[in-house]
Ligand binder design. Sequence first.
Ligand code: AMP
Length: 416
Amino acid sequence: MQTINKFNFAGKRAIVRVDFNVPLDENGKITDDTRICGALPTLKKILTDGGSVIIMSHMGKPKGKVNAKYSLSQIVDAVSEKLGVKVKFAPDCAKAADAAAALKSGEALMLENLRFYPEEEGKPVGIEKDDPAYEEAKKAMKASQKEFAKTLASYADCYVNDAFGTAHRKHASTAVIADYFDADHKMLGFLMEKEVEAVDTILSNIKRPFTAIMGGSKVSTKIGIIENLMDKVDNLILCGGMTYTFAKAQGGKIGNSICEDDKLDLALDIIAQAKAKGVNLVLGTDCVAADSFSNDAKTQIVPANAIPDGWEGLDAGPETRKAFAKAIEGAKTILWNGPAGVFEFDNFTAGSRAIAEAIAKATKAGAYSLIGGGDSVACINKFGMADQVSYISTGGGALLEAIEGKELPGVAAIKK
Ligand code: AMP
């Protein structure tokens, strides 16, 4: 496989898929530039080598139509400033051949939002799935998606994918475009390489013991990951809102706590699987119960399976936090996805904080720790501990699909 480090970009035009889907305020000002910063090493390497770069991205969900609210023109100045090069702008991503051809060594061009064209996502527009003509429309759209990808590919000599956030999508710019470059002229960017390596460390290159911590609100959205991890981990902590589905499934009283009543059997099945596979499953035994879903609610510590009527479990209790720490501190590989409580409320952060602290301690002692999936990243940032873990993934859905064991189309397209 070609790599960005091996490739010499001198005199070459590179088309680079980045994830510049940054949040903007009502005046179009960027409120968090993490994603732009994430792609800088790749863009700078190409320019420093003496190549030129065509930057392409989506922003928001314009659903295949031009919409000024999602125009990437709003971020061109910020990208220029970060890159240290005045970035040119092509206001129509499908008609940028001349602008691309005019690029000289060291120059950069940014294309308008790819999703202004429905071909980027490749979903037929204005027709519902139950329409008899849907399959035909889908076929026609797939054909025009190929044409769109071919147009984008024609701008450049090589293709770099550095958009991990959309690597789980088979879109024109994330996967289809790769078909128009041979194996020596397509590669992952530095950010993608790091993300892929991080997932590999967790799934294939495991140092034991391996502790995975899955939290968040629901079992249903995490079940694919839980099942994939069950064959790999030594310790599996299931926490957050999931705690109460497990407590109820085992006959506990959970008051008003969040619960998926249609997943009680699944919870029992997970417990049985863990037992059969010799996985140490750590579930909450006590919790911080609140008399309402609010930061200022009255609280009491109660067993997670004996929550009084009118109360709900919003965080892990002290005994549970100790059990979490015990399963984490001795680990050599750690994965954390999803908070252990309603961490958005300052009074219900103790469970997540205990996890973050134990991970930091284990990391200091030599463990590899990967934090991923929006909310656990928000947690670790809220606690100011981002620099005390091994790696924080930038990909939400993409990371979760990778951990489920699915091959990401964005990565597969480069390997082909
Ligand atoms: P998810 O998107 O499934 O990872 O869930 C993240 C959300 O789960 C966060 O917004 C947390 O506030 C929420 N959460 C965690 N623990 C609980 C709980 N005990 N009750 C309700 N929501 C929770």
